[in-house]
Design a protein around this ligand. Structure first.
Ligand SMILES: Nc1ncnc2c1ncn2[C@@H]1O[C@H](COP(=O)(O)OP(=O)(O)OP(=O)(O)O)[C@@H](O)[C@H]1O
Length: 406
């Protein structure tokens, strides 16, 4: 069915007190961003509801994009008709014919903000209910307490609006209302899920990805970028910051005892992520660590790695089981990409038996022989930033080139 308006309910936003206006304005901006491909759509973020006027734009397409915008609890597609009772009857009849395929209970619920309209809410509920019962005697029975289907009728000044569905949306808080963070994004399963969860709580993220050519391939980099394109569906666009890591990994491999290779590499990654956050006004570092999952993810290891900074390091999937993380990865459509077998820079240099309880004093001792500042500076000098939009693809490009050559 082609609808005229989508009415958006805010959910958790309505409890945000004095910040409410800021939250709603931000949500309005994010919705406009998510719907930028539909130039005729108009977005009106009012205090209690948001009204999205479709102006003949395909309502299914608009709803598909809306369902990924954080800060929206539910929305309802609505039909708009003239302020005329017979027009209301025809629209309600069409809704039932389209949506009800087996016998259900129903009720009409009317709200009237235009008190000049000749029928009051009680009349509309009764008359329209009776009309529909006559039209669909085999499908409909009335139940005003626990109906399967509710048809809402809103009598406004500019017309009468009807809706019969409440569609659950992404929930959470509008991206951008909780400050900016740097997400350490690998090509694995966990960090994209951690990014999704951080954005769900309103964090605006920039992705920091370490790569080590020639040990890691162009495809590994493309995979991390494409994952970012998947995540951008939830916020419009995301800056992807690629950080060259080869010199650091080679130097650490050469100069640090094997048991501490991973710890020292991670300390460098964190230092670099913090340096980038400080330049770009980030307030925290996010990563995809889950307690106890692998050697680097013990509390002792986290403590020794985090010793290099006092910036908060936040771990949205810390307490999740792998199966729970995989379930979310499947839901947000990152799983199939994450399991593609391109080597990450960490896997290439992972020692066979890393220390599970690395000590801070040892890590500091092994780092004494390294030119930390110089290594970091050269890496920071080589960073490259790409703005990635929802759905941008990177992995197939080389294949296309091959296809053209053949
Ligand atoms: N190449 C990389 N670039 C950016 N961040 C990385 C990189 N490799 C690892 N990280 C960060 O370190 C975290 C732990 O990585 P590790 O490889 O130990 O664990 P993992 O459980 O396999 O995580 P993931 O599934 O996210 O790769 C990752 O979740 C990510 O936040």
């Amino acid at each position: 069915m082609q609808y005229d308006e989508i009415m958006v309910r805010y959910g958790e936003l309505s409890t945000k007190g004095r910040n409410k206006r800021h939250f709603i304005d931000r949500l309005g901006t994010n919705v406009r961003d998510a719907l930028h491909k539909f130039p005729d759509v108009k977005v009106h973020p009012n205090a209690d509801r948001m009204h999205i006027i479709l102006n003949n734009t395909d309502s299914d397409q608009v709803m598909k994009h809306l369902s990924k915008v954080f800060g929206i609890q539910t929305f309802s597609p609505m039909l708009k008709v003239a302020k005329d009772y017979s027009a209301v009857c025809q629209a309600a009849k069409q809704m039932v014919a389209d949506q009800v395929t087996k016998p259900v209970t129903f009720k009409i619920e009317t709200k009237r903000s235009d008190h000049h309209f000749e029928m009051d809410t009680f009349d509309m509920n009764r008359e329209l209910g009776g009309f529909l019962l006559e039209q669909f005697p085999d499908l409909l029975t009335v139940d005003v307490h626990h109906p399967d289907v509710t048809i809402w009728v809103e009598i406004r000044v500019d017309g009468i609006y009807l809706s019969s569905e409440v569609i659950k949306s992404a929930g959470g808080l509008p991206v951008g209302t909780a400050g900016k963070g740097m997400m350490m994004l690998s090509g694995g399963i966990d960090s994209p899920v951690a990014a999704y969860l951080a954005m769900k709580r309103g964090v605006s993220l920039e992705m920091v990805h370490f790569y080590s050519p020639p040990y890691t391939s162009e495809q590994a980099l493309a995979k991390a970028k494409e994952l970012t394109g998947k995540l951008a569906h939830y916020c419009g666009s995301i800056n992807f910051i690629e950080v060259p890591f080869t010199e650091i990994q080679e130097t650490v491999k050469e100069k640090v005892p094997e048991g501490y290779l991973m710890t020292i590499q991670r300390r460098f990654m964190l230092r670099l992520a913090v340096a980038i956050a400080e330049r770009r006004k980030g307030l925290a570092i996010f990563n995809g660590e889950s307690l106890g999952q692998v050697a680097s993810q013990t509390m002792e290891s986290m403590r020794t790695i985090e010793e290099v900074t006092n910036m908060p390091v936040l771990r949205p999937v810390l307490s999740y089981d792998k199966t729970e993380i995989i379930k979310i990865a499947e839901d947000i459509d990152t799983y199939d990409l994450s399991i593609l077998p391109y080597e990450d820079c960490c896997t290439v240099f992972t020692p066979p038996s890393p220390k599970t309880k690395p000590r801070i004093d040892r890590a500091q001792k092994y780092e004494k022989v390294l030119d930390i500042d110089g290594l970091m500076q050269r890496s920071l000098d080589g960073i490259k930033i790409t703005k990635i939009h929802a759905g941008d693809e990177f992995l197939n490009q080389n294949e296309d080139v091959f296809a053209e050559l053949l």
